[in-house]
Write a protein that binds this ligand. Structure first.
Ligand SMILES: [Ca+2]
Length: 502
């Protein structure tokens, strides 16, 4: 068959991405077989990550919630809601690491706790990240909000110097946000690799009495106001959506809320029945609505996958429940920072028009580390063995396909104090006694002859009240061995392995 050759100048008038597949097709099968429509471009992807929002805050997961969340509920009505989704850690930094790399953060130098505002970058710059793999697929990549993964490579970040390595060294084309939580100094905005203003002023710590407006004293940039951070994060996100061009885009929006300090702006004061926490969470919901409106207005909603989730459970104590009759972590045991479900079981919803069935619910056991493999698959990118080592592709669940078994072999949880748990099917094994987090007692030494860990059957006992460790030594042994293997081998998903010799 004769192969048609273009004059040299012809392809220059056409984008290479359209020409190249046609040319390859012509070479392979001849021109006659090349009439098919090219595959549609992959969808835009927006990930909104709330900070310390609990499983029981949005009405879709808790009909008794005292907080109005019409926009998150709209996402649930138009998408797929998950009931067994988990943050890989029960605190901020390690969850963000896991989301952006598809790898558990306890494999890094960070074995417990979180980074602070002057800590260096945590993500190895040679590592392929979620924005990195999407950029390889032709996406524009942007982040807006709370970074909290360290900046620079000095022992103490110097905000007068370029903030590298940082988000723009790790796959983001652009980034606008704050370095860490809204309760850690320095209080500054940065854009890409520069502080917008240096933290040359100082601010006293908040009132010692009150959890609700807690922040640490320290350096602050002139004009920086804590209360502006949440609204500005949404404004910049909306701005990005409205100016996005023809390329598919990935927009990562890690919010600073409803983490302390709880600082709802005036229109939201009194808008919930759960105090300033509830009002701040209502403001989070309204901002989600602003982003959804922007997608509608820009005419891209039908071609955009939206995820809304949270980085860990709510910091909501028994006295808060008592005061407001609101269960921010629903009926799950414990709270933020704990190894129990209240620490890491999070709201998670995906709206993927035409793919994820609208108004559906999935009880698939998933982790936020799975976004890497999932979005790589959606963008048509193969995940190399040295990236996303703990990440599973969730697209079969998102498409509502029949599954004859769980997608993940097992899932690892981690508390602020570095306590591990592993979950497989209904079984959850916790290494050690106590919460490992904020709930007392944190650590418990086993008495003579007592079990050294906790084993719960979440199917029969979702509240983790009945420790079956001593009753089921065979389950303890199996899950312990699996957790040890995951720790030792450096990955927990199936790898492709070396290419076959042929
Ligand atoms: Ca958090």
């Amino acid at each position: 068959m004769k192969i048609f050759l273009f004059p040299l100048r012809f392809p220059l008038r056409f984008p290479l991405r359209f020409f190249a597949p046609l040319a390859l097709c012509a070479l392979a099968v001849g021109w006659a077989g090349c009439g098919e429509e090219p595959a549609p471009p992959p969808p835009n992807i927006v990930v909104i990550l709330a900070d310390d929002m609990g499983y029981g805050d949005a009405g879709s997961w808790n009909a008794d919630s005292k907080i109005p969340t019409p926009h998150i509920d709209r996402l649930a009505a138009e998408g797929m809601r998950f009931t067994d989704a988990h943050s890989p850690s029960s605190v901020c930094t390690p969850t963000r690491y896991g989301l952006l790399t598809g790898r558990y953060a306890w494999r890094t130098r960070l074995k417990h706790g979180v980074l602070q505002g002057y800590d260096p970058n945590l993500i190895d710059t040679t590592r392929l990240t979620l924005p990195g793999i999407l950029r390889q697929a032709g996406y524009a990549t942007a982040g807006v909000g709370k970074w909290h993964l360290g900046l620079g490579d000095a022992e103490r970040t110097d905000y007068s110097r370029p903030l590298r390595p940082g988000p723009v060294s790790l796959g983001f084309d652009t980034y606008f946000g704050i370095p860490s939580s809204l309760d850690f100094e320095p209080y500054v905005w940065f854009e890409n690799d520069r502080a917008l203003a240096l933290p040359t002023d100082s601010i006293a710590a908040s009132r010692p009495c009150c959890k609700e407006d807690f922040f640490r004293g320290g350096a602050i940039a002139p004009g920086f106001r804590h209360i502006d951070v949440l609204p500005r994060t949404f404004e910049k996100s909306v701005e990005y959506v409205m100016q996005a061009g023809d390329r598919p885009f990935f927009l990562y929006v890690p919010l600073p809320a409803p983490h302390t300090p709880w600082l709802p702006t005036e229109p939201f004061l009194g808008s919930s029945g759960a105090g300033t926490y509830g009002d701040f969470t209502a403001q989070v919901d309204a901002g989600v609505g602003d982003i959804l409106d922007a997608l509608d207005e820009a005419g891209v909603a039908e071609h955009t996958l939206v995820v809304f989730t949270s980085d860990n459970g709510a910091y909501w104590e028994p006295e808060d429940m008592e005061a407001f009759d609101h269960r921010a972590n629903a009926d799950w045991r414990g709270m933020k920072a704990d190894i129990h479900e209240g620490g890491h079981r999070v709201p998670f919803v995906v709206r993927w028009p035409g793919k994820a069935p609208a108004g559906s619910t999935s009880d698939e056991l998933i982790s936020l580390v799975d976004l890497m493999a999932t979005f790589a698959a959606i963008a048509g990118q193969a995940l190399p063995d040295d990236a996303g080592e703990d990440s599973y592709d969730l697209t079969p669940a998102l498409r509502g396909e029949f599954l004859d078994g769980p997608i993940r072999e097992a899932t690892v949880h981690h508390s602020i104090n570095g306590v591990f748990a592993i979950r497989q099917g209904p079984w959850k094994l916790i290494e050690g006694l106590g919460s490992g987090g904020f709930t007392h007692p944190v650590f418990v030494e086993p008495g003579p002859g007592e079990p050294s860990g906790q084993l719960y059957h979440l199917g029969d006992d979702p509240g983790e009240t009945n420790n079956l460790y001593a009753m089921h030594p065979e389950v303890v042994e199996r899950l312990s061995a699996l957790l040890d293997r995951y720790r030792e081998q450096g990955y927990s998903r199936p790898l492709a392995g070396p290419a076959s010799p042929d």
